[in-house]
Write a protein that binds this ligand. Structure first.
Ligand SMILES: Cc1ncc(COP(=O)(O)O)c(C=O)c1O
Length: 392
């Protein structure tokens, strides 16, 4: 077999094992109301938790930003592709999450996969939750540091790995809200271990920023850490601007010297064209909407409670999640796919997530709620799932 034949056989194996990923082309802007091949669905798939991606005010801000700033940035941020509007966005973001400085990246994947190797390298040690996002996992691989993965949320295992390590530089990395389970990392315990074992702590709050904490300031603001820990050099936090913020990009925030170091050393920041300044212009409006978004967050909380209260959960169980990520565990791969397909027939789009993305035997529907959903949308989903569960 030559290389191409090998690749084609591998693609065929993906198809056979139902692991081939498919895209669906939506004919509408991002909102729960989607249209695929002329058919309408209510979608429970997006990370647009506050419903800002389709917000007219934000579209206006982006158009205004394009008129004011043009389209491209022209160069890397550290050459000539950095603009006052981006400086202002970083200042606002740092202030919003209560840190000295922030640095904006083009995507969350670039932020995470670049920051980890900027903090730890050969001879150092990284300690990572086993369910961390792929971007953090890739960052660990790129770093060439020794990798220690601890069982999900297992602080005792993390403590014993830290205790056994003699590395001079130690880095703990964790999602704040885990993207497939919707559960929360024990941030206070992670911080206490980082202090006890003199480690950096990198927290990826991709799914908490804009949703959790007062005015949506994120998981760390919600965790009630003492100010000294929240503001100290040891804690480095990432937030995405592509999920609740409804636009695109990400930021890292922390103590000024640490952010300066990351700007000097993060390859995915340095060796790429700066993000369009018009996006920063739009993101300033997005931040205003997040900050003033208590009504959106209250509506979202009501929808989460309505889903949990409505589902019969006789055989299919919701995982214990307080976030808009509400996974309903079906168990069997084929059953999860078939339930997803049956929902599609009913005009409801909920993605089925299977191993290897989630552990074997825990195939699930990843229900994702948004403030753009109506109570009626959730009631339709609840009724369809309860009916399917009854007759499955
Ligand atoms: C936990 C987590 N971190 C980082 C990312 C990457 O962010 P972005 O989509 O902005 O690249 C994602 C999802 O995409 C995520 O779920």
């Amino acid at each position: 077999m030559n290389q191409r034949e090998r690749l084609r056989a591998a693609l065929a194996a993906l198809e056979r094992d139902h692991l081939r990923r498919m895209r669906r082309d939506n004919e509408r802007p991002c909102s729960p109301r989607v249209c695929i091949d002329g058919r309408e669905f209510v979608a429970f798939c997006s990370n647009d938790y506050l419903g800002l991606a389709g917000e007219p005010e934000l579209a206006e801000a982006l158009a205004e930003g394009a008129h004011r700033w043009g389209v491209g940035s022209g160069a890397s941020h550290i050459v000539s592709g950095h603009y006052t509007v981006q400086h202002e966005l970083e200042r606002r973001l740092a202030n919003f999450v209560g840190r000295e400085r922030a640095l904006v990246f083009s995507t969350g994947f670039m932020a995470n996969s670049g920051i980890v190797p900027a903090l730890a390298g050969r001879g150092d040690a990284i300690f990572a939750d086993k369910l961390n996002h792929a971007s953090l996992i890739d960052g660990v691989l790129l770093s060439r540091a020794a990798s220690h993965r601890y069982p999900h949320l297992d602080m005792a295992a993390l403590a014993s790995q830290l205790r056994a390590s003699s590395a001079a530089v130690k880095l703990i990395v964790s999602d704040a809200v885990f993207s497939m389970d919707g559960d929360l990392a024990p941030l206070a315990e992670l911080m206490a271990l980082a202090e006890r074992f003199d480690a950096w702590l990198l927290i990826d709050d991709a799914h908490g920023f804009g949703v959790l904490g007062p005015q949506g300031r994120g998981s760390l603001a919600a965790a009630g850490l003492p100010a000294a820990a929240r503001e100290g050099w040891r804690l480095i936090q990432v937030g995405t601007l592509s999920k609740a913020a409804g636009v695109s990009g990400a930021f890292v925030a922390g103590e000024a010297d640490v952010i300066e170091w990351l700007m000097q050393k993060t390859r995915s920041y340095i060796f790429t064209t700066g993000s369009p300044p018009a996006l920063a212009h739009a993101l300033l409006t997005s931040l205003d909407l997040i900050e003033a978004g208590d009504a959106r967050r209250a509506h979202l909380a009501m929808l989460i409670a309505r889903l949990g209260g409505g589902l019969a959960q006789k055989r299919w169980q919701l995982l214990p999640s307080r976030t808009p990520i509400q996974p309903l565990v079906i168990g069997d791969n084929a059953a999860a796919l078939a339930v997803g397909e049956a929902l599609m027939q009913a005009g409801l789009w909920v993605p089925a997530i299977r191993p290897p993305t989630v552990p074997a035997g825990s195939a699930r529907l990843r229900i994702s709620l948004s403030a753009a959903h109506t109570p009626t949308d959730v009631d339709r989903l609840v009724a369809a799932l309860n009916r399917l569960e009854e007759t499955w």
